[in-house]
Design a binder for this molecule. Structure first.
Ligand code: NAD
Length: 499
């Protein structure tokens, strides 16, 4: 069986703690590798080495650092299929989804090629007699990224590219369920010219995360994962004086107005609800049609589309719509939540439980499930299911649909389907959610904008990628300088006309 490593000082390093986690093949239920779980001592050692390496990297001018990003971007493109396969093998998502995962990360690397521009400070000429002011953005030092299983390429890239482009060293702790892509990306970064030690990939579980949070050298923590862990990490990191941005779970609603193009809305819901087996923080898990007639017509359009979905392993070809969920526990939890929906009185229009795929009976596959007439008090509405389950909650009016979305504790993404510009505009202005789609089901902003939710979907300040990332990964220093040559006795400014 393959034994994975850490990646320290530009080389694969075997785990020294004696603790390991199994890396499963979700399509077969077999163990395909084991990943070392670092101890606090291993983490602290990696951080000390990173701090040494950061001194020269932080002093390297931004244009040279950007060139590493340029080469890294080219290498990611060159290795696109290999990286996508690594993603799919451990995560289970289809190869087109695997490529999308790498692509969305690559786009953030591309923005980081513009680091010299993003890191430019501000300047005030003549703020007073002989006085100029300017600000500089300086690296924090050593920072950490802690990432989830569901985007094994994209989210590590969202963390490492801006952090490194800003001149920091990074400790990356990827999900122990899908660690291989991060390890490969670290090798590509070395090939791109990143000095050894500037990116350390330290694998592990809670033990290493806690060591990161308590390590005094680490200045900032960028976390992505579930809400309870995000809240825990934010609290402990902040308490230890670190800068922290911690992105959590989601329950994304899509409002469908009576005037919407229902075929387009149904297509969008199927892609956004079931794509990647629903294991996306931007998945639409709640459809909120306005009016009984809209709801009836939407269900009619959804049923044949959902029934047509093809579930299978990523190796079965590119026409597979989605693959297995990540673990046996995740499958069991999702099926238990579906049962709770039935028990609590929602109408299970399509039942994805007891799904079996010939030849893959031990894989973690779940058929698509569709609920209608769910209500906000039900567990299927309250919980982030993170599986291939779409829940329809009927609303009597636009205001009721908006209130439902706004009362939900999560605030990552939301969408509205309508033909009416006034309604769309009103929705975009009033809704208390971080990313809004108008006739657009998964409104992940492009990489030169920025990504982040509101409410219980994010703790801390500033968003991921875009200009916010350059702010998060740097400290601002403002210099006020006075030179006396232009000042007459008494302080009056002495203009010296040119000869
Ligand atoms: P998770 O919270 O279980 O794990 C995330 C990271 O935290 C992993 O690296 C894991 O090793 C670590 N971790 C887990 N338990 C811990 C503990 N008790 N103490 C310290 N560290 C711990 O999340 P996941 O299951 O890997 O990912 C799915 C979740 O991530 C979903 O809730 C999804 O919505 C969310 N997510 C959010 C975003 C976003 O940008 N808001 C993006 C992707 C995924």
């Amino acid at each position: 069986m393959q034994e994975l490593t850490h990646y320290i000082d530009g080389a694969q390093v075997k785990g020294g703690s004696g603790r390991f986690a199994d890396v499963m093949n979700p399509a077969t239920g077999e163990v395909q590798a084991r990943v070392p779980l670092a101890s606090a001592d291993e983490l602290n050692d990696a951080v000390a080495r990173a701090a040494e390496a950061q001194k020269a990297w932080g002093a390297t001018n931004p244009q040279r650092r950007a060139r590493v990003m340029m080469k890294f971007g080219a290498l990611i493109n060159e290795h696109m299929d290999e990286l996508a396969e690594l993603v799919s093998r451990e995560h289970g998502k289809t190869l087109p989804d695997g490529r999308g995962d790498v692509q969305r990360g690559l786009e953030v690397v591309e923005v980081c090629m513009g680091a010299p521009h993003m890191l430019k400070g501000e300047f005030t000429d003549d703020g007073g007699p002989g006085i100029d002011l300017w600000s500089m953005r300086q690296p924090l030092g050593v920072v950490a990224g802690i990432t989830p299983f569901n985007f094994p390429a994209m989210i590590p890239l969202w963390k490492m590219a801006p952090a490194l482009a800003c001149g920091n060293a990074m400790i990356l702790k990827p999900s122990e369920r899908c660690p291989s892509t991060s390890l490969r990306l670290a090798e590509l970064l070395k090939e791109a010219g990143l000095p050894d030690g500037v990116l350390q990939v330290v694998n592990g579980d809670k033990e290493v995360v806690d060591a990161i949070l308590d390590n005094e050298t680490i200045q900032a923590v960028g976390f992505v994962g579930s809400t309870p862990i995000a809240q825990y990490i934010y609290g402990r990191a902040a308490n230890n004086g670190k800068r922290a941005q911690c992105f959590g779970g989601a329950k994304n609603h899509m409002i469908i107005m009576p005037d919407a193009d229902l075929d387009k809305a149904a297509d969008a819901l199927v892609g956004a609800g079931y794509g990647a087996a629903g294991e996306r923080c931007m998945a639409i898990s709640v459809a909120v049609p306005v009016g009984e007639e809209t709801a009836d017509r939407l269900i009619e359009k959804l049923v044949p589309r959902v029934e047509k979905l093809k579930v299978g392993p990523y190796t079965a070809g590119e026409d597979v719509d989605y693959g297995p969920v990540i673990t046996a526990q995740a499958k069991e939890r999702i099926e238990r939540l579906i049962t709770s929906g039935v028990d609590q009185g929602a109408e299970l229009v399509i039942d994805g439980r007891n799904f079996s795929l010939q030849g893959y009976e031990n894989g973690y596959f779940i058929g698509p499930s569709l609920f209608d007439r769910a209500t906000p008090d039900m567990e299927i509405y309250k919980e982030e299911i993170f599986g291939p389950v779409l829940t329809q909650v009927r609303a009597g009016s636009y205001e009721e649909a908006l209130k439902l979305t706004m009362d939900n504790p999560y605030g990552n993404g939301t969408a509205i389907y309508t033909a009416d510009g006034d309604t769309a505009r009103d929705f975009a202005h009033r809704v208390n959610v971080g990313m809004v789609g108008i006739n657009f089901p998964i409104p992940v902003p492009l990489s030169y904008h920025t990504f982040g939710g509101w409410k219980k979907s994010a703790f801390g300040d500033l968003n991921q990628y875009g200009p916010d990332a350059f702010r998060f990964y740097t400290k601002t220093k403002t210099v006020t300088a006075r030179w006396f040559s232009g000042i007459k006795d008494g302080g009056e400014f002495n203009f010296k006309p040119m000869d």
